[in-house]
Every structure is written in C-alpha cells, then in structure tokens.
Design a protein around this ligand. Structure first.
Ligand SMILES: Cc1cc2nc3c(=O)[nH]c(=O)nc-3n(C[C@H](O)[C@H](O)[C@H](O)COP(=O)(O)O)c2cc1C
Length: 187
C-alpha cells in the first residue's frame, strides 16, 4: 500500500515536471527582449531571498558535460566593491562569476550562468548590468579577500540593485542590429 502511494506520488511529480517544461510561455520571449541594463542605479538594500533566487538561477545554467565550472561570490561590502567598480550605490551587490581554470568551456558556461542571473534579477524587479571591468583587479589583487576558490579565476561581474527613478525605459537600451542582419536561415 505504502509502496503504491509512493509510486503514484512519483508519477504525479514527473507528470507535473513534464507539463511545466512543455508549457508555452511566449511572454518570456518579450521579457528577454525588454531586459536591457541601464548604468543608472539607486540606493536600496536587496533582500537575502532575492539574492538566493538569483544565485539559484545561475546554478541552473547548462554547461559542457554538466561540469558546472563556476563559482559565484556575492560582494556586499562597500570597500571591496569600490576596488572593483566606481560610483556604486548603497545596497548594490556585485556577483563575481569565476570559472574553473582547467575546464575547456568555462567562459561559455560562466556566460550562461551570468545571463541566467541577469534575467533572474530583472524578473525579480531589480536592475542588473554585466561588467568585464573589475575582473582583472579581482584576479590580481582580491582573490584572498573574496575567497575565490583555488583553481578558479574571475571571468565576469554582475552588478545588481535598484533601477534609478529617472531612467526612460523606452530609450535607454543600447541599439541592436536587426534579426535579419545577424542571422540567416538555410532552406
Ligand atoms: C561580456 C560583457 C562585458 C561587459 N562589460 C562591461 C563593462 O565593463 N562596463 C560596462 O559598463 N558594461 C559592460 N557590459 C554591458 C554591455 O555594455 C551591455 O550589455 C550592452 O551595451 C547592451 O546594453 P543594454 O543591455 O542596456 O541594451 C558588458 C556586457 C557583456 C555581455
């Protein structure tokens, strides 16, 4: 009896997972299209729950051979943040994305994780921007301070916080080439 209940619960859970994975969500494509990254932030502390959700999104990225060759370091301390970036608002966090040096696809995989966290931050109502500047400083001067694990090097930095009030969301995104300019379909 007990065994049968466990089996039916498992079948239900698998069913739900399959349904969720297959449910169309075209709005999500529009959400991606509207997710740009203004430089203008304002002060305001993020909740720990939001930070955990953003890290969770990063950890769900795909990776070559499922190696998950990343490590995320959340930096809240203003003195440490100032060494990596200028003019950061109170409450902004930096997430340093480090890659496992020996892994062949580390840059690509860390890029996917970074983009997942970027989109998660936007989905949770925060502003976010990806930065390459500051990475060299981390690798040359801040490895110990930030406890970057041995064998890993910083690859990218994600800044997350509140969007400034005066940002015009219709004109602030950087222009993009059209889909036609950047793609071709071979029939
Ligand atoms: C790999 C990478 C490195 C970036 N480095 C920086 C940087 O060092 N400084 C900066 O201000 N923005 C940086 N950006 C943000 C880009 O400039 C931004 O994504 C692009 O201009 C599109 O802007 P939008 O999202 O506001 O439309 C970087 C983005 C990526 C993906």
């Amino acid at each position: 009896m007990f065994k049968r209940s466990i089996i039916s619960i498992l079948i239900t859970l698998i069913g739900i997972t399959i349904i969720c994975a297959a449910t169309p969500n075209p709005e999500f494509v529009n959400f991606i299209g509207s997710s740009f990254s203004p430089r203008a932030f304002k002060d305001g502390a993020m909740s720990d729950e939001a930070i955990q959700q953003i890290l969770y999104a990063g950890s769900r990225a795909g990776s070559g051979m499922n190696a998950q060759p990343w490590h995320f370091t959340v930096v809240k301390n203003k003195t440490n943040i100032a060494k990596m970036m200028n003019n950061v608002n109170d409450g902004n966090i930096l997430i340093v994305v480090s890659g496992l040096e020996k892994h062949p696809f580390k840059e690509f995989d860390c890029g996917l994780a970074t983009q997942n966290m970027f989109l998660a931050a936007k989905a949770l109502g925060y502003n976010a921007r990806i930065y390459a500047s500051g990475v060299q400083t981390v690798n040359n001067e801040m490895r110990e301070t930030l406890s970057i694990p041995d064998g890993y090097n910083a690859i990218m930095i994600l800044r997350v916080g509140y969007l400034a009030d005066n940002v015009d969301v219709t004109t602030s995104a950087s222009p993009r080439a059209t889909v036609d300019e950047k793609s071709n379909i071979v029939k």
